[in-house]
Write a protein that binds this ligand. Sequence first.
Ligand code: NAP
Length: 311
Amino acid sequence: MTVNILFAAHEKRWAQYETPLRTALDAIGIDYVLSTSHPPEDVDYIVYAPNSDVQDFTPYTRLKAVLNLWAGVETAVHNPTLKVPFARMVDAEGLTQGMVEWVTGHTLRHHLGMDAHIVNPDHVWTAEAPPVAADRPVGILGLGELGTACGQALAALGFPVSGWARSAKQIDGITAYHGDDGLREILSTSEIVILLLPSTPATENILNAETLSLLPKGAVIINPGRGQLIDDDALIAALDSGQAGHATLDVFRVEPLPPGHPYWAHPKVTVTPHIASETRPPSASRAIAENIRRGEAGEPFLHLVDRDAGY
Ligand code: NAP
């Protein structure tokens, strides 16, 4: 029987995804029709982005799964009409690789103190070498697909890496913590803190006045996770007091970051416009096709979202 697949992400994504999706779907050997406009009652799978026009899944009566093109699912996970399996994107070649490169680059920038030599209008000769990575403890909040890959890349460079997750873990190269005590431990020892948690009620404002006060003075915060993880006023106060040395932020509560937001002009904040990593159409298409193959073969879907946990 023909499998009907609705592509329900933004129009400009269709131009990027149509060919790689067809290539990946051809490779799994199913009879399919991929389109941006199937009658809802005929649709078996939806390739989805949470900013899609499709917000009410009720008319999709034979839907088997919704397959997200994004890793973050917070704006779709609590949709009461989305009752079928909902898979998020895990894309090692695009999302994960991009995040590893962005996090490693920004960590090395702060570790090596590169800014002092890039912008040096008075031509000051400060012959002070930075410490080696082994002397710069790094903490990663979130040890999922992205946090683990970033942590292991930093550990391979020699950084002592600690990480924090909801569950207990054993990960090569990373000292893993969980629970409130684990959070306190990791924050009180990390000179660079990287946020790779999802946005959920439990993680909102995880960096606040109290938790920021645990950090070693002058610690650097790098946030490619979600804007909701940070209490913005508390972070600005910590930067102003010197408790935090710098914040490199890729994600914000409101995006694009509004003109005039204090982050834009703050001398200790680097703003990047939600570009830390992006799904890569060829590999993401293979991930989507693999889940459709699984669905048709009666095998469990990969990377299902836990609706209760919210990620
Ligand atoms: P993931 O695989 O679902 O990992 C999430 C991690 O967070 C897991 O280790 C999880 O713990 C931990 N966690 C969740 N809730 C927690 C809590 N209450 N306390 C402690 N730990 C908690 O997600 P991912 O693929 O690594 O992606 C992480 C986030 O990165 C996404 O949600 C998205 O917001 C963001 N992202 C940003 C960009 C960008 O360009 N800036 C791109 C992609 C993704 P367990 O392991 O115990 O479940």
